[in-house]
Design a protein around this ligand. Sequence first.
Ligand code: HEM
Length: 406
Amino acid sequence: MTGSDVRERIGSLVDGETYRHGNPFALWRWMRANEPVAWHEPGVFPGFWSLTGYDEVKEVLRDASTFSSSSGILLRPLAQGDDPGSNRTLALSDPPRHNVLRGAIAGWFAPRNLRRLSQTLDTTAESTVRKAVAAGRTEFVTDVAATLPLDVVCTFLDIPDADRPSLVEWSSEAFCAGTAEERTLAHLQILDYFGDLVEQRRARPGDDLVSVLAGVRHEGELLPLEEVVLNCDNLLVGGTENVRLAMSGGMLALLEHPDQWELLRGDFEGTVDTAIEELLRWTSSATHIMRRATRDVVLGGQRIRSGDLVACWLTSANFDPRHFRDPDVLDIRRTPNRHLALGAGPHYCIGTQLAKMEIRAVLREFCAQVGEVALDGAPERLDSIVVNGLRTLPLRLTPREPAARA
Ligand code: HEM
């Protein structure tokens, strides 16, 4: 390949079509082997380094003082300007501000608090899957994988029941609507909604995450309203989008590997924990996470200058053969499985345990209630460079015979 062929090939990493119809895995395999730290010239996006190997990605994620999050963690076209969350949200803050925000909400994601939720979660999973089985077919992404996480986040934020249908509608449009304008409009509606809600909770605080965020003080001052709103929005997006993609991608993976599906159904309690880790690795829904270097540093033999942007391709790192034996094989009993789907270091996903509880609840109900499951049409993939996974997953379902459930 000539130098310009290589640059063109690497450039396709920032083209959404690569994820919808192309094969990013072939490209990542080539980059890991030939150019694990590769420079992208500025164009639609600012210039940045692409990291595709496990070791380099992990090194960056773990070192928050050399690799800052505060100017944004996702590649944005230059025309869009700075990320509005810069230096304001949990994910887009560096220590010590990051420690203050994370400390304020960490208790909500601790196992003790999550246990309070498990009964509601199991009941919702049971009824959601029951409805799908009774109908005989389901659009799994919207009917199951989007419903449960949204319900959980709404409970954390104490969204009144009457408002939930609107949030469900806006969220699904914000993620899945046909045009970018429709997605942006739906997102603005969510931000507006949170603006009103935060003002109400500041006036009358309750026992919920919005009230907690509304009461956070940094350097003696309450966070400005806009910052609280952006943090609520991040929780809604972070808490729903990735879980939806991991669940639906995980379901497709099991359908495409019937031996693994049978293994899970045959010994649910014995395999589910490792199965969830493997499905998280396999789906790696957060495609990349970005940082900005705060000093000159050498990474994978390349000199990264202070101020350079560095994109960590998590999906690629999770298929690095130097860390995963037979990475292209789905093995629900894989151990060890130190994937980076939930990040690493100080920004490691705060919703990890919650996400796993939700995936477990849906898998359990599928194993218990569903007999045959098959595709009911071709699934469609998203055309995003930020998250990868399914836009649709139409399924046909038959109930499991009562004798088989025992
Ligand atoms: C399968 C599901 C999920 C995946 C794959 C996922 C992925 C990630 C990743 C890769 C990061 C690290 C970002 C970075 O290093 O800059 C992260 C952080 C975060 N996630 Fe998740 N996430 C999931 C579920 C959730 C859930 C359920 C919630 C909340 C309800 C959540 C809320 C957050 C928040 C607030 C952060 C920022 C943490 C910080 O900066 O300290 N995520 N997530």
